[in-house]
Design a protein around this ligand. Structure first.
Ligand code: NAD
Length: 375
């Protein structure tokens, strides 16, 4: 079994789908690994590191030739896969709904496309979950991005020249990214509060030493919600949340928003009028900006200033920590493929009825097969 590792072609994408460590592990399983030259450069992995791990390094065409598995971070343009053999697995974050036309083209090329972001959130698949591994580091980086834009310090400092007060940081949306944002804000010495629609997060917020700020008297989502995810809230809830946020946000220096609803645009949590109530010099980081944004006025790929408040909207935040996010992404892919590895066949065997396979398999035998895509 030959595994090809592609160099990413999407603008601003610095990550890579296999590290030297996972290349070595695949080779230990009996595979050969062929890396496109320069694939690891953005993640500080040199071609020589892959060679030292036992992989070959060369052109994309050489990597693709006879490969049975193609690893990528983002789904590549289908035409760039010319020469790939029919039946090869294409494994990565393929953005199946956003890049539907690519999925069709992968099917037409005979590839078996596996969208890792649709990995079911079951215990067995935790170590294969790219959304968790990447969101975790994105939550961390969002706080550092806020700190970099903020013209004041985060921790309280008592100096001979007087006291610097602690920054007040508010996290909206306490999933994987939000939890790490809370922890990072606390480590930097900020006074942290947080909110979510899922009541189960209240205890998690408290356990990290932050203050929960929750809508009372209007039903939110009790417990964990379907698969741990949020759903769209009632108008009554939205109104109560807006009122709560208005009174809280005016007192905050930093706000990090991470709220997402699977299959829907990101919920709007902060209006322009609410931004206007914040002190000049405050900073908002909108991690949901690429899914439509939680903050009115946020723009993907931009830092905009509204009413003296900076609104940060970096695209592809995981790519801003490419060495670490690549290491984790690579392990997610290795953990998935090795779990299905058949020692005799020296290849992964993906049973049709397996919950994981059903969750992520988009195309097979020339057709789009995933029920979320076929309707
Ligand atoms: P996500 O990225 O889908 O959303 C981020 C957060 O935004 C969620 O906590 C969500 O409740 C919140 N949110 C949505 N609408 C909101 C609103 N209007 N106001 C405030 N907050 C809002 O979430 P995620 O990081 O993917 O995590 C979702 C859940 O999945 C968590 O419970 C997490 O622990 C769980 N999870 C389970 C596994 C597993 O079992 N394998 C792996 C990872 C995450």
């Amino acid at each position: 079994m030959k595994i090809a590792v592609l160099k990413e072609s999407e603008e601003g994408e610095r990550r890579v789908a296999a590290s030297a460590e996972t290349a070595k592990k695949f080779i230990a399983l009996g595979a050969t690994v062929a890396v496109e030259a320069g694939a690891g450069a953005g993640a500080s992995i040199a071609d020589a590191d892959y060679e030292a791990a036992g992989a070959s390094v060369g052109t994309r065409a050489a990597a693709l030739q006879d490969a049975g598995i193609i690893l990528c971070v983002q789904g590549p343009p289908p035409e760039s896969l010319a020469g790939a053999k029919a039946g090869a697995l294409l494994v990565g974050a393929l953005n199946p709904t956003g890049r539907r036309e690519r999925v069709e083209a992968y099917a037409a090329a005979g590839l078996e496309a596996l969208a890792m972001e649709w990995m079911p959130r079951i215990t067995r698949a935790q170590s294969m979950d790219i959304l968790s591994s990447q969101s975790n580091l994105a939550g961390y980086k969002a706080v550092l991005d806020a700190a970099a834009e903020y013209g004041r310090a985060f921790p309280m400092m008592m100096t001979a020249a007087g006291t610097v007060s602690a920054a007040k940081l508010f996290v909206m949306g306490v999933g994987v990214a939000g939890l790490q944002a809370i922890a990072t804000g606390r480590r930097l010495g900020a006074q942290v509060s947080a909110t979510d629609v899922r009541s189960a997060t209240k205890e998690q917020i408290l356990s990290l030493g932050a203050k929960p700020v929750f809508v009372e008297n209007v039903a939110g989502i009790e417990g964990e919600g379907a698969g741990g995810y949020a759903a769209e809230m009632s108008d009554e809830y939205k109104a109560a949340q807006a009122e709560l946020v208005s009174s809280h946000i005016a007192k905050q220096d930093i706000v990090i928003t991470t709220a997402l609803i699977p299959g829907k645009p990101a919920p709007r949590l902060i209006s322009d009028a609410q931004v206007a109530t914040m002190k000049p010099g405050s900073v908002i980081v909108d991690l949901a900006v690429e899914q439509g944004g939680n903050v009115e006025g946020a723009e993907a790929g931009q830092m905009v200033e509204r009413h003296g408040v900076k609104i940060v909207g970096h695209r592809n935040v995981p790519s801003r920590l490419a060495a670490d996010t690549s290491a984790l992404f690579s392990r997610n892919l290795y953990n998935f493929l090795s779990a299905f590895w058949d020692a005799e066949a020296r290849a992964p065997v993906l049973p049709d009825q397996d919950e994981i396979v059903r969750g992520i398999r988009l195309t097979r035998g020339g057709k789009v097969v995933h029920e979320r895509l076929t309707g």
